[in-house]
Ligand binder design. Structure first.
Ligand code: ZN
Length: 294
């Protein structure tokens, strides 16, 4: 049985209780950018496509998460599931997706597995076609869920990056996000946001670059987030660990489960949701603990 969760109507409903109030400490596991195929195509410049190394890394990660006790509430991957783009490399992409899903079929079915879309999953300039391809394979490209009294929002950050081909879809995403934030504000819920491209790497005032959202869009949403109960944002895309905070609201960037572009090692982040704080630590696969103290 697969534990992969597929969002419908921008919701996932895998958590038994609909408690709107936090009751007890829990934790989840966050990863990003397994990006099946990048090591061989980008790092090794091998013209022959292949993703054996990512399969090994993904299987190692799953084996370790399966041993974790207590079990994590869920395992989320913040985008760039596979490397091949949906437009132009569709045949390779399909093979990568099939192998990606095979890896995570081995995840303990009691651990919900949640995927987000990254730029490699919907294209740098998404179209209605690439978004539909993603949805037919992985479910909705943005959604929310409530877990143990905390509201989680999973965004499609590509709409902030380049929505020139999909202005209507970007507008729906924006409307949805505004409504979710308003609801959370009314309910007084704590909110944790997942997205692929981070708002910034270290400093909310830093200049725009390939790895972040443009400052004019960034500032608008960071301010809305801060005013709506968002307590932490987790992202990927950078293939290095990074992070900073906006007026006390942390944005944490997690390095890849696959190809590295810096000095970090492939690994995962363990995030503890405690009564008054969110604690997070990154571990390489060599150092990931299997007994988690809460
Ligand atoms: Zn990316």
């Amino acid at each position: 049985m697969s534990s992969r969760i597929v969002a419908k109507d921008h919701k996932i409903d895998c958590f038994k209780t609909a408690d709107t109030k936090w009751k007890r400490p829990f934790y989840f596991v966050q990863g990003a950018d397994l990006q099946m195929g990048m090591i061989q195509s980008y790092l090794e410049k091998n013209p022959v496509p292949g993703w054996k190394k990512e399969i090994e890394l993904g299987e190692r990660a799953v084996a370790i998460v399966n041993q974790m006790r207590p079990r994590p509430k869920f395992f989320v991957i913040c985008g760039d599931l596979c490397d091949a783009f949906p437009d132009g490399q569709q045949e390779i992409r399909q093979k990568q997706e099939a192998d990606f899903k095979k890896i995570f079929e081995k995840l303990d079915p009691e651990i919900p597995f949640i995927c987000l879309s990254g730029n490699h999953d919907v294209g740098n300039r998404p179209t209605a076609k690439t978004i539909n391809l993603y949805k037919s394979s992985f479910g909705d490209d943005y959604f929310s869920f409530l877990c143990d009294g905390v509201q989680f929002l999973a965004l499609n950050s590509q709409y902030f990056e380049d929505a020139s081909e999909v202005p209507d879809l970007a507008q729906e995403h924006e409307k949805w996000l505004n409504e979710e934030l308003e609801c959370a504000k009314q309910a007084g819920s704590r909110v944790i946001v997942f997205q692929h491209i981070p708002w910034f790497l270290n400093d909310p005032d830093e200049e725009s670059n390939y790895f972040t959202i443009k400052p004019n869009i960034r500032k608008v949403w960071l301010e809305k987030f801060r005013n709506s109960g968002v307590v932490h944002v987790f992202a990927g895309h950078l293939h290095r660990n990074a992070g900073g905070s906006y007026k006390g609201m942390p944005v944490t960037v997690t390095t890849a489960m696959g190809a590295q572009l810096g000095d970090d090692m492939p690994g995962l982040r363990i995030v503890r949701v405690l009564e008054n704080k969110v604690e997070q630590n990154f571990y390489s696969l060599n150092n990931l603990p299997t007994t988690i103290d809460l």
